[in-house]
Design a binder for this molecule. Sequence first.
Ligand SMILES: Nc1ncnc2c1ncn2[C@@H]1O[C@H](COP(=O)(O)OP(=O)(O)O)[C@@H](O)[C@H]1O
Ligand SMILES: [Mg+2]
Length: 495
Amino acid sequence: MARLEELALLHTEVRGDGLAHLHRLSLGWRLLADLSFSDLLLMVPVAGDGGHRFVVVDQVRPTTGQTVYPRDLVGSVVSEVERPLVSRAWRTGEICAGEATVLGGRERVRLQCIPVRHRGRVLAVLVRESPVASFRRPGELERYYLEAFDHLARMVADGTFPFAREEVELEGAPRVGDGVILLDEQGRIRYASPNAVSSLHRMGIHAYTTGVRPADLGFAPEAVDSALRGRIPVIEEIERDDASILVRVVPLLEDRRPIGALVLLRDVTELRRRDRMLMSKDATIREIHHRVKNNLQTIAALLRLQARRVTSEEARKAIAESERRIRSIAVVHETLSRESAELVPFDEILGPLVRAAEEAVPDDGAKVDFVVTGDAGQLPGEIATPLAVVVNELLQNAAEHAFPPRTGGEPIRGTVEVRLQRTDGELCVEVADDGIGLPDDLAEAARGGLGLSIVQALVTGELGGRIDASRDGGTRIRVRVPLRWAGRAEVEPPG
Ligand SMILES: Nc1ncnc2c1ncn2[C@@H]1O[C@H](COP(=O)(O)OP(=O)(O)O)[C@@H](O)[C@H]1O
Ligand SMILES: [Mg+2]
């Protein structure tokens, strides 16, 4: 729960809808702080206290000016003796202004206390505090910003700001400091801040003058229109002349009718350029996987050609197995070349491996069904590649050795099952058949052939896992691979 909610529930009577209204205000009020160059405090009367004490439920500092409150006031309780104007705004429901001393200090501050109304009831008081004005006359920018703030303050008191529709301050959404354009009720430009003018220049708009509509400059026509007509803020990204400008249009309302709008713009050209670069880095990685896959397939094809030319049956078999091992690695790169992250859904790799095993069952042998159960989820390439080789060996062995052809009688039927199980930090892969079973224990069998010794080396070496086997009612070989170990980031779970 956010602090605002927590404090409101603990100390005040605001609940439900009203609380949601205050929450929306606190999401959108950075705009008010920046336009007024002031600190803002949101104060809610303490429950059952008759409006004598208020608790500060939220605070925001201006990014356009100096704060009078470097310390955090959220959670503190303020009495009507310290802030009589807050009490007055709460009781009368009117905006009250005056001077006071800073809370917990001695400097003088200027106060503006704005009742926060929601569905006709005053829920809280928004307090604007700023240093007592210096002698400097406010410039044009200050005057327009303060005028816009006054509009928004009246909307807060009327209950039309924050807007009813969830107004989340999006990450990266334009802020006052990024550039402001003020429009009148006809949607004509009254004022554009220096940063806003720079953004217009970036888009190739140099002929800006007051009195024209942004739409006449070919700038954000829809956003302005729909904000004014729909009476809700609209955010839009505009691309023009290689520039990307993020635009947020906030309508200013009086008696619920639009009397103008505030356009905030942020030049995000550089940001978007970096996005595109990142995207193309992703594409490059995919392209590399694609090429690795092609190269592996070329190697496999060369081996096949070689196998055709040798006469020794043993040599031919050895070359064919090497070809198959290389193809099982190619499958992983093929899958990686289609994924945007460096993660592969392992189930997709199993398909081609199972098909290769089906083909390895001797024609005159048993009728073997292959089944896959469970889900391995996403795996990074450095786990998926050795694991694909391991599973390939186990599947091939089941196809080649588990169901030897019988002389005479019915051809036997067999099943080979791949069971996948993913728990928190571990992946368990089991290849089980209901054939004749391993002739010896695993270590002994591995001494006999290259396949099982590759399996053992990869599982205990590269994958840092464990392997065990049982041989009742067939062969069951279980491989367990840790998914988080030295230096490796957590791997995504399935689903
Ligand atoms: N699923 C299985 N069912 C029965 N025997 C098996 C099975 N897997 C392996 N074996 C036995 O273990 C031996 C070693 O296997 P492996 O190391 O893969 O070598 P290869 O397959 O080249 O013979 C095989 O020759 C076979 O006798
Ligand atoms: Mg083998």
